[in-house]
Design a protein around this ligand. Structure first.
Ligand SMILES: [Zn+2]
Length: 435
């Protein structure tokens, strides 16, 4: 692996590796290699490496950073960088366009041989409207449960990585271990895209990646793909008593959604199935709809959001194309026959690929050995694993502490035993990489 900080210093005149990489270099060049001292919420103790902190110490600090996706994660990233650079890790920081968020890669072990990635996201979902019995940004222990936003999804995993980092630093690693921390996972696995481009520039590609999303340390080999859209329908307003002379945006949105529902039923009845998934087929879904002002006005606007959750090898683009064709051929001509300014626009908002690692792949076999089990399963929710695998070509398994059922809810928690199980997994990975 070539440290990008070195490339930046020694390879300024080097050939461009594509526009995206050039953009990354520019962004990186604006960012100091070493961050300033981290800041946290008042009362949160910043743990230094000499403290030999436990995973719970780290989790307490990590939960204290309010990293809801729309906020900056830089204070948390500073904490990661300070902790890991203090242990001798090679640090690569990849900022976003506006400089208010960053991904971080911390590597231990040799640079010129392939190794393993442990990957987790730094952002969390909001707490607005949720009835928490504790302060969500203060880790609180009760009956052996550690409550806090992100405790399970997925600061618990991050805390385990940090707690075992001194062991990574001390080990005689034959294969390097790369800790990858990303931003904006919860809003479409966005930050990790730059990480994958970045890793694509490494001299040797990694052997595999473990994404530590909560699986109860089960081995998850597959998850579904997601495509989400926002639809904006513009009709023409008028008095409802003369409705046929105007374009009713809600009516046309309804026709679209009936077709989406029909497509969903067709896929359920005749499409591909995989019984290892909880919902064993591709699904369609509408989650939000707004339209109309008053009953006696033909509605001018309607906005709605819908999604496909597809089995990893299904052609989800074909489904989206079908709905676009339906708009172009069945809806728009009738709308514009009444009002030339009528429109029906679909905008893609989230798109990430599914994960589908073969059970016989080395990374799956290794993950099972490290977790001490022989079975595997598949999940409907998405992770960054799809991007690592499908976009980056990096063999990937999802395996992490905690239960996904507790994620995104009030009183999210993780247990001490769950953290211990994850640390044991990482310890076995360190041993495996040291052989
Ligand atoms: Zn997550």
């Amino acid at each position: 692996m070539v440290c990008f900080a070195n490339r930046l210093r020694h390879n300024k005149g080097g050939a461009s590796c594509g526009r995206r990489d050039t953009a990354l270099r520019k962004r990186h060049a604006r960012t100091p290699l070493f961050a300033q001292a981290p800041t946290t919420r008042p009362g949160v103790r910043v743990v230094t490496p000499s403290d030999q902190p436990s995973s719970i110490d780290h989790l307490r600090a990590l939960v204290g950073f309010d990293t809801v996706s729309h906020r900056s994660n830089l204070a948390l990233v500073d904490y990661l960088e300070m902790t890991l650079s203090g242990l001798g890790a090679r640090i690569e920081r990849i900022p976003n366009e506006t400089g208010d968020k960053a991904n971080l890669i911390a590597s231990f072990g040799p640079e010129d041989v392939p190794g393993y990635i442990l990957s987790g996201h730094t952002d969390v979902v909001p707490v607005d409207g949720q009835a928490w019995s504790t302060d969500p940004f203060t880790l609180t222990e009760r009956d052996g449960k550690l409550f806090g936003r992100g405790a399970t999804d997925m600061k618990g995993f991050l805390a385990c990585c940090l707690a075992r980092a001194p062991q990574m630093a001390a080990a005689r690693l034959n294969a390097p271990l790369h800790l990858v921390f990303s931003y904006d996972e919860e809003v479409g696995c966005l930050g990790v895209r730059d990480v994958i481009d970045w890793i694509g520039e490494w001299a040797v590609p990694p052997l595999g990646c473990f994404v530590g999303e909560p699986t109860g340390m089960d081995i998850v080999t597959s998850h579904k793909a997601k495509r989400a859209f926002e639809a904006s329908v513009t009709g023409s307003p008028g008095h409802s008593s003369r409705a046929p002379y105007f374009v009713n945006a809600v009516d046309y949105a309804a026709e679209f959604l009936v077709e989406l529902r029909r497509l969903g039923r067709e896929i359920e009845e005749t499409g591909a199935r995989d019984p290892l998934f909880d919902v064993p087929f591709t699904t369609t879904h509408v989650g939000v709809i707004h339209g109309g002002e008053a009953l006696n006005i033909v509605p001018e606007h309607c906005r709605f959001e819908f999604e496909f959750r597809a089995l990893p090898n299904e052609d989800v683009d074909a489904m989206a194309d079908h709905m676009q064709r339906f708009v172009d051929t069945a809806l728009l001509p009738r709308m514009q026959a009444v009002s030339a300014n009528a429109s029906f626009r679909l905008e893609s908002t989230i798109a990430y690929p599914g994960l589908d690692s073969a059970p016989e792949h080395e990374i799956v076999i290794l993950a099972k050995r490290l977790a001490g089990r022989n079975d595997h399963r598949k999940v409907a929710y998405g992770t960054e694993g799809g991007r690592f695998s499908k976009t980056g070509g990096i063999p990937t398994v999802v395996c992490g502490p905690g239960d996904i059922d507790r994620a995104h809810k009030a009183d999210e928690f993780i247990t001490r035993n769950e953290l211990s199980a994850c640390e044991a997994f990482i310890d076995r990975l360190i041993s495996h990489a040291s052989r």
